[in-house]
Design a binder for this molecule. Structure first.
Ligand code: ADP
Length: 245
């Protein structure tokens, strides 16, 4: 399997504080990778570096083996095929679920012209397919503001998928969700990974156990260990950093 993403010697400084130190990280195409680790380990910062929100002082981020992301702007990185979802859902509350997806579809035209442009039948079908995938097929004409927290998270994931990213970055996607919403989100991530790669930051260990292919444990801006969830849980250093010993 080819490499979808790799970082080489990434270092991020916030003032005098090193949030990430010489980090080498690699992910294969089609993987569902979970990033775990105690608070402050640098997990969100790593997602920020990959999507271009934070620039490293040193190192490279390589996408699909030859695209250097660290020199690009955030919007260029998104155009390359990296979709980033932040913790809080960001949907247009006064538009319907369908319209939120419609607005998010991939296009070369400006936002204004695309709002007026008529959708093709293929585009409508693509939106219907997306609605089914994110469990919102019955909510197409409801205002996004009327959705539950979990449903808004799915809608935002659906909006990202309309951009056809090859790598999806999800920051705590199940925070605040009910147990059944969490389960459905895990299933959605696995479905997404049939065609894309997914990198998820999360704390919910039951969720990580059930839906990860591979887990990377971060601590103090570095990778502490990697492997299956069973492998990392057996590592005595992992228990130490979580317990703060
Ligand atoms: P995690 O996601 O693992 O909890 P973060 O990546 O959010 O960790 O943060 C790593 C460290 O960097 C933390 O100590 C945090 O306080 C610090 N940090 C994150 N963002 C900033 C920022 N914009 N300015 C200063 N320090 C920051």
């Amino acid at each position: 399997m080819s490499t979808i993403l790799c970082t080489r010697n990434i270092t991020v400084n916030f003032g005098g504080f090193k949030a990430i130190r010489n980090l080498n990280f690699e992910m294969k195409k089609g993987e569902v990778r979970f990033l775990i680790g105690p608070n402050g380990a640098g997990k969100t910062t790593l997602l920020d570096v990959i999507c271009g929100k934070v620039k490293p002082v040193q190192g490279e981020v390589i996408f699909k083996e030859n695209i250097e992301l660290s020199k690009k702007q955030e919007h260029q990185i998104a155009q390359c095929g990296v979709g980033r979802k932040f913790q809080a859902p960001a949907v247009f509350g006064n538009l319907t679920v369908f319209e939120n997806l419609e607005l998010s579809r991939k296009r070369d035209r400006s936002l204004f012209s695309s709002l007026r442009a008529r959708m093709t039948r293929e585009e409508r079908e693509a939106i219907q397919k997306q609605l089914t995938m994110i469990n919102l097929q019955d909510k197409a004409n409801d205002k996004a503001s009327s959705l539950s927290h979990g449903q808004k998270q799915w809608l935002e994931i659906g909006m990202l998928l309309m951009q056809e990213p090859e790598l999806l970055l999800l920051d705590e996607p199940v925070a605040g969700m009910t147990k059944s919403e969490t389960e459905k989100t895990g299933e959605l991530i696995q479905e997404i990974a049939q065609a894309r790669s997914v990198l998820v930051v999360d704390h919910d260990m039951d969720f990580v156990r059930k839906f990860s292919d591979k887990v990377t444990v971060m601590h103090e801006g570095q990778i502490l260990c990697e492997g299956s969830i069973a492998e990392v849980q057996e590592n005595p250093r992992v228990a130490e950093v979580y317990l703060g010993r």
